[in-house]
Design a binder for this molecule. Structure first.
Ligand SMILES: [Zn+2]
Length: 112
């Protein structure tokens, strides 16, 4: 099965995902193929295709890590001020790891 067809099937049968494309001014050294389009890192990372994996991963893993790292603090009822940056940082780690791993898998090799 051609790769683009396989990606569209994985995206959800019958569900139409709008095409993403970079403006002509984007000429990065690295390109990433998302649903048949070659995108720059920023457009690929925030495409709907990658966000549908990265955001749920961040929600699940971030909640587990927050419970492990801050669970006793939450249950004590005395919430220190530093939680405002620790909790979002805890959620951002699995988001960036999931995004990075997807980008690594979707990288288009440069023509030689
Ligand atoms: Zn772009």
């Amino acid at each position: 099965m051609p790769r683009i067809v396989l990606e569209r099937v994985r995206a959800g049968a019958g569900r139409r995902i709008p095409a993403v494309s970079c403006p002509p001014s984007h000429r990065p050294a690295a390109r990433y193929r998302v649903l048949g389009e070659d995108l720059c890192p920023a457009h690929a990372a925030f495409s709907r295709k990658l966000l549908t994996t990265s955001l749920p991963t961040a929600a699940v893993v971030g909640t587990i890590l927050t419970a492990i790292n801050q669970g006793t603090v939450f249950f004590s009822g005395n919430l220190p001020g530093e939680l405002w940056w620790k909790v979002p940082l805890t959620y951002s780690v699995p988001f960036f790891v999931a995004t990075w791993s997807q980008l690594r898998a979707l990288r288009v090799q440069a023509d030689t």
